[in-house]
Design a binder for this molecule. Structure first.
Ligand SMILES: Cc1cc2nc3c(=O)[nH]c(=O)nc-3n(C[C@H](O)[C@H](O)[C@H](O)COP(=O)(O)O)c2cc1C
Length: 215
C-alpha cells in the first residue's frame, strides 16, 4: 500500500514538474502583452543579448528585460578574457588592430524568429567589444529592429554605436541608451545598485517610451 502511495506521489510530482517546465518554455516563446506596450513592441518577439564582465551591463539588461520581456541571453566566450584588467585591455587592443573575432560559446537558437534584438555591451577601448562584433558577424539581423544599450567608465560610447550600425546595414536601428557603469581601471567594479539602479530604471522607462516600445 505504502509503495503504491509513493508511486502515485512520484508520478504526480513528475507530471507537475514537466507541466511547469512546458509553461516556462512557452512563456519564453510568447509575447507578453502588458497594458503599457507601445506600438512598436506589439506582437514582436524580443531577444536581449548582452556582454558583461563586471555585471553593470548585465543589470541594465535585466532592467530592460523586466520592462519588455522576451529572451535574455548573456554572450559568453569559448575562451574567457583574463581576470587581470590591463592584460584584457591589451588583448582587446590587439584584437581590434587585427580584426580578430573571438569565438562565442553562446549559440542563439531560432535567431530568425526574433523581430527585435536589444544588444548590450560595455565600451572597451572606446570601441564595440570584439565579442559583440563576433555576434553581429555570425548572425543575420537583416529586417530586424536592433536597439543598442551600453555602460562605460564615463568616457562614453566611443565608436561602438556607429560600428554596430555598420555591422547591421539592413536592420532598423533605434536610438540606444547609455549610462556610466564601473571604472575597472580604478578598482570600481559594480555600481548598478541602490540609488544608481533606481535612477537608471527611471531613465530606461523614459527611453523606452521615447522610442515607442512602451506607452
Ligand atoms: C578591457 C576594457 C576596456 C575598457 N575601455 C573603456 C573605454 O574605452 N571607455 C570607457 O568609458 N570605459 C571603458 N571600460 C570600462 C567599462 O566600459 C565599464 O566599467 C563598464 O561599466 C563595464 O561593464 P560591465 O560591468 O558590464 O562589464 C573598459 C573596461 C574594460 C574591461
Amino acid at each position: 500500500m505504502k509503495v503504491k502511495t509513493l508511486y502515485w506521489f512520484v508520478l504526480s510530482l513528475s507530471l507537475f514538474i514537466s507541466s511547469c517546465s512546458r509553461a516556462e518554455e512557452s512563456a519564453a516563446d510568447t509575447i507578453t502583452s502588458p497594458q503599457n506596450q507601445g506600438d512598436l513592441l506589439q506582437g514582436k518577439k524580443v531577444l536581449i543579448v548582452y556582454l558583461s564582465r563586471t555585471k553593470n551591463t548585465k543589470t541594465l539588461a535585466e532592467i530592460i528585460h523586466r520592462k519588455i520581456s522576451g529572451d535574455l541571453v548573456p554572450l559568453e566566450l569559448e575562451t574567457p578574457y583574463p581576470e587581470h584588467y590591463q592584460t584584457t585591455v591589451d588583448q582587446v587592443a590587439q584584437e581590434n588592430r587585427t580584426g580578430y573575432l573571438p569565438p562565442l560559446k553562446t549559440k542563439i537558437d531560432g535567431m530568425e524568429t526574433y523581430d527585435m534584438v536589444f544588444i548590450g555591451f560595455p565600451t572597451w577601448g572606446m570601441q564595440l567589444p570584439p565579442p559583440v562584433k563576433s555576434f553581429l558577424m555570425q548572425h543575420n539581423l537583416a529586417g530586424k529592429t536592433v536597439i543598442p544599450f551600453n555602460t562605460n567608465a564615463a568616457y562614453g560610447i566611443g565608436s561602438s554605436f556607429e560600428t554596430l550600425s555598420q555591422l547591421c546595414p539592413k536592420s532598423k536601428i533605434l536610438e540606444g541608451y547609455t549610462t556610466k557603469g564601473g571604472v575597472e581601471r580604478d578598482g570600481i567594479f559594480f555600481v548598478m545598485e541602490g540609488e544608481k539602479e533606481k535612477r537608471v530604471e527611471k531613465e530606461v522607462q523614459q527611453w523606452l517610451t521615447n522610442i515607442a516600445l512602451l506607452k
